[in-house]
Design a protein around this ligand. Sequence first.
Ligand SMILES: [Zn+2]
Length: 283
Amino acid sequence: MKGPLILFLLLLSLTSAHAGSFSITQLKDNIYKFSNGTHHSVFAVTEEGIALTDPLSREAAIWLKQALKTRFAQPVRYVIYSHNHPAHVYGGEIFAEPGVSFIAHRWARDDLLATKADTQIPNLVFNDEMSLYLGGTQIDLRYHGPNNGKGSISINFPQQGVLHVVDWVVLGRMPYKNLPGYDIRGMINSTRDVLEMNFDILVGGHADSGDKDDVRFYLSYLEQLHAAVLEGMLEGKSLKTLQQQIRLDQFQSLKMYEAWLPLNIEGVYHDLLDQSYLHLRSE
Ligand SMILES: [Zn+2]
């Protein structure tokens, strides 16, 4: 019996070394967080099955499928995509089986189809809101308008007070570099919308989780960043001047503050050119 035992232990250590960046954390009651390094999603375990959000990657999905099987012994019933970006929704095909529904905002599905995305294409879509009821757990999905990506939604578990938002609310860290693909005023509007909702904890698709005060702090950063860049542009200042002059030091506690502030300024600057054509205004 020694041979098989050694082989088993060897396989076990190989598996765990390989899966080092994946983890599951209980958030509240039957709601859990799934992490793949710096990427997070959430899931609900009920007696009628499991509702997952983003699979995160093919490799992550393979790990998660096995972990759910060993830990919870419930079938996956729903996979909900937060938006269209591959680093969040790839790996969906791992959960594609009869009896599993894939849900997304209509524009996330459209984009995945149009760009020939290599993941499971959703078979259920919505425009504004959709609610799911699985084994006594309510899940509210809502579209808040454009912000980042296509068809980005919030995923709310009102009974547990857990809200999940990916990419357009980031807590404890600066928004990503030069804000690629971000609609900055859309992010501000969507975040204001989220603050009207009831929740105790917001779980971000990146960085930290936090409460409403953390979300207010983040919103305040976006508002002040946008206002400072807009004001400078209306005064005719160049991007370089804005990057030298704008300081928002009350937000110094955010991770990557020093490194990414000039990039965030650049992101808002280009957004104001791309969306509002500020350069075409007459003097
Ligand atoms: Zn992301």
